[in-house]
Design a protein around this ligand. Structure first.
Ligand SMILES: C[S@@+](CC[C@H](N)C(=O)[O-])C[C@H]1O[C@@H](n2cnc3c(N)ncnc32)[C@H](O)[C@@H]1O
Length: 279
């Protein structure tokens, strides 16, 4: 079971759903919601956006990890709970949503079925396709090394971290009017470098995050010797990044493709567009 630190979520979600980049959330009709559950909310990165976009709704973030829940900002309510057994009666919320949760579950269908039970209207998931992440960097080796690590990471993780859009999963859970949208989370590192960019360079030069993934990469097909060689090259690449930053010449763009999948609980016609009502 993968665990996530507040620092990791803060780092990897930075800039996601910035106020001028929320078009992909439009189908959620957030201004019309009255009760929203964000399941597997972590530190509440998405919950906070939902609370901003919902006019009067009660927004609750649920997660099994109390340490992450402690960092969820007001006015989001927090509940410690398992995604497969939400502590709410049927049809409690008019939107049950998650972000980067299904990719971490061995049985994502069971979670979507539970979301359907807890929702009176909409169910949504915002999930990445981690195999389709791209990196462009002024340090040549970075693209090659991150691609190599990613390939073995994806192969070694016991869940489907490439899930992305999941329309079939939603239909299998009995949801209707299923639609998907793509949202690219683009993370740019450029001069002048902020604190998080400097921290990221330090992590590369020590290969600390790569080290944390050792078991997964071995599970994904790397031998111990190949891992050691990758780590050696990774540290060299990290030192090149630090040096390029000192000269103000480092530039990196990472694109993480996320996909919003949205479905409606059958029998609730309140959100149907006019053309569907008359069809
Ligand atoms: C990758 S993090 C995503 C956090 C947050 N949604 C975001 O996008 O920043 C996955 C989260 O799902 C939570 N999680 C994993 N399995 C869970 C389960 N069975 N029930 C509740 N939460 C779970 C983890 O504790 C973690 O906070």
């Amino acid at each position: 079971m993968r665990r996530f630190s507040a620092d990791y979520l803060d780092d990897t979600r930075r800039g996601m759903w910035s106020p001028d980049d929320r078009e992909a959330l439009e189908p959620l009709a957030l201004a019309e919601r009255s009760c929203v559950l964000d399941v597997g909310c972590g530190t509440g990165e998405l919950s906070a956006v939902l609370a901003e976009e919902c006019d009067d709704a009660r927004v609750a973030g649920l997660d099994r990890d109390p340490a992450l829940l402690a960092a969820v900002p007001d006015p989001v309510h927090t509940v410690q709970a398992d995604a497969l057994s939400l502590p709410v009666p049927d049809a409690t919320a008019d939107l049950v949503v998650c972000q980067a949760l299904l990719v971490n579950l061995p049985d994502p269908l069971a979670a979507v079925e539970e979301f359907r039970r807890a929702s009176s209207n909409l169910v949504a998931a915002v999930e990445p396709d981690n195999a389709a992440v791209t990196v462009e960097s002024t340090v040549d080796a970075e693209e090659r090394l991150t691609a190599r690590a990613r390939e073995h990471f994806v192969a070694g993780v016991p869940t489907d971290v490439t899930l992305g859009a999941a329309p079939d999963l939603f239909r299998d859970a009995g949801l209707v009017d299923v639609e998907t949208r793509r949202y690219d989370h683009v993370r740019v590192v450029d001069s002048p470098y902020d604190e998080s960019a400097l921290e990221g360079a330090k992590r590369k030069a020590t290969a600390s995050r790569l080290g944390e993934q050792r078991e997964t990469l071995l599970e994904g097909g790397l031998s111990a010797e190949e891992f050691d060689a990758l780590r050696h090259e990774w540290r060299e690449m990290g030192r090149a990044v630090v040096a390029a930053m000192a000269d103000g010449e480092y530039h990196r763009v990472e694109t993480v493709p996320f996909f919003l999948t949205l479905g409606r609980v059958p029998g609730d016609e309140t959100d149907l567009p006019d053309r569907s009502r008359t069809a």
